[in-house]
Design a protein around this ligand. Sequence first.
Ligand SMILES: Nc1ncnc2c1ncn2[C@@H]1O[C@H](COP(=O)(O)OP(=O)(O)OP(=O)(O)O)[C@@H](O)[C@H]1O
Length: 265
Amino acid sequence: MIVEMKNVSFIREGRVILDRLHWEVQENEQWVILGLNGSGKTSLLNILLGYEYPSKGEVSVLGHRFGKTNLPELRKHIGFVSNSFERFQPTLESETVEEVIVSGKFASIGLYEPVTVEDFHQAEQWMNVFRIGYLKGKTYRTLSQGEKRKVLIARALMAKPKLLILDEPTVGLDMLTREELLALIKDVIMKKVCHVLYVTHYIEEIIEEMTHVLLLKDGKIIAAGQKEKILTDDYLSETFQIDVHVRWEHNRPWVSIKKALHFSK
Ligand SMILES: Nc1ncnc2c1ncn2[C@@H]1O[C@H](COP(=O)(O)OP(=O)(O)OP(=O)(O)O)[C@@H](O)[C@H]1O
């Protein structure tokens, strides 16, 4: 099992941020997490990554039960890319694209291991897969947001993770770059490079290969399961607290707002 949460609550400063979550992710399922700002998505990810400890309940990731496993060891098998990662320390910012990608390997071998020619070869292969070969030799700092995002995902894959968590990876990207990124994620899933857990605010990003959805509202699970059963008008309207309508086109869900909000003067 990829993720197992039993009765997980996360309470901070007397506030229940996650409330008695039960959630299982099986090997052959690719999940998407949806929820408004402040619904608890980041807290949930922080727990999965072992950066926060739940106040109650049991968590297992990749078969490792938290509290009984070596977290730094487990983290080596989990890749994490968040749009807030775009800035590194100044040293990495001035590295070349291939150096930044290769540095992802440190997640699994430790900072002081020497980097090998094979590592650079592997980085170049990822650059080709991600169609960013043209960035070779460029300084990371000078890249566009979309290019940086692709580099960061390639960097995460250098550590050969078993689970890749993508936290709002398309924020700030134009339509074309977003579709390119989704095509790359599709490839990662289809080629079984690793398991993908995807967090987004945009339901149209739920590509065919993503099979399951978890809806989070105020730290509670509204619904979780196969996407066709979960992405309904009722569940989504409850999650997003605005009346919406879902339609499917080319095996992707699209949402429209039934009635615009009006704030009276
Ligand atoms: N360590 C903490 N101490 C106190 N409050 C916290 C802590 N961590 C999260 N919160 C609060 O819990 C709520 C959920 O936060 P979280 O960042 O998990 O939401 P989110 O769904 O990721 O939101 P967004 O979509 O804006 O990133 C927020 O109101 C936040 O302020």
